[in-house]
Design a protein around this ligand. Structure first.
Ligand code: GRF
Length: 211
């Protein structure tokens, strides 16, 4: 097996609850060699998430864990850990995963869980960031990829990119443009973390230029 064989690439897990367009962007980037990683497993808390279909189509194990099957968030996260551990993933990527991880998960993968958020954090945290930015009358919003810590939409920022809001722009149109940025930014952030070019020190993430 040589160094470019897929098995040798660092494994990542992607956790999704919905459509999985970011998952698809990660799969595509890996397939095209823009991301030197392989998606080893996809986990969803929603049995009907289209992300599961995307994973299956790409030949990636797709596993459902329903929150309702567990008495507590800790029990749910312990099951998540049981699922992820055998895949020996270097990174866990949350891509529209609508669950707040407990300290159990965060401590098991310190500085190794990423999340993507459709706003420039700390502005507009929460589940409706694009709608909230429009309602606020913001002129600029964007995308943040950050390391997950114990608080929601809070950890150290790896990458951010701004998206200017057009006058009179509707939510669907803005969402589409924000997504386009997400699909480029997330694979890039994963690359930076896996290659060691991004280093997390406290709240700051320093990013070295490519040599
Ligand atoms: C993305 O907008 C992401 O920023 C947010 O959830 C959405 C997931 O979309 N956390 P998709 O399932 O990847 O299409």
């Amino acid at each position: 097996m040589n160094s470019s064989s897929p098995k040798r690439l660092p494994a990542v897990a992607v956790l999704c609850s919905g459509s999985g367009t970011n998952l698809q962007a990660i799969i595509n980037a890996a397939r095209r060699g823009r991301l030197r990683a392989r998606v080893a497993v996809v986990v969803s808390d929603q049995p009907k998430a289209f992300a599961l279909t995307r994973a299956a189509r790409a030949g990636i194990p797709a596993i459902v864990v329903r929150r309702g099957d567990f008495p507590s968030r800790d029990a749910f996260d312990r099951r998540l850990l049981e699922i992820l551990t055998p895949y020996r993933v270097r990174l866990v990527c949350l891509a529209g995963f609508m669950r707040v991880l407990s300290p159990i998960m965060v401590h098991r993968y310190p500085r190794r869980i990423l999340n993507i958020h459709p706003a420039l954090l700390p502005a507009f945290p929460g589940a409706h960031a694009v709608r909230d930015a429009l309602a606020w009358g913001a002129k600029v919003t964007g995308v943040t990829v950050h390391v997950v810590d114990e608080e929601v939409d809070h950890g150290p920022i790896v990458l951010q990119e701004a998206v200017a809001i057009r006058p009179g722009e509707k939510e669907a149109a803005l969402l589409k443009r924000v997504h386009r940025v997400e699909h480029r930014l997330y694979p890039h952030a994963i690359t930076l973390m896996l290659s060691g070019r991004a280093r997390v020190q406290g709240r700051r993430v320093s990013v070295k230029r490519a040599s």
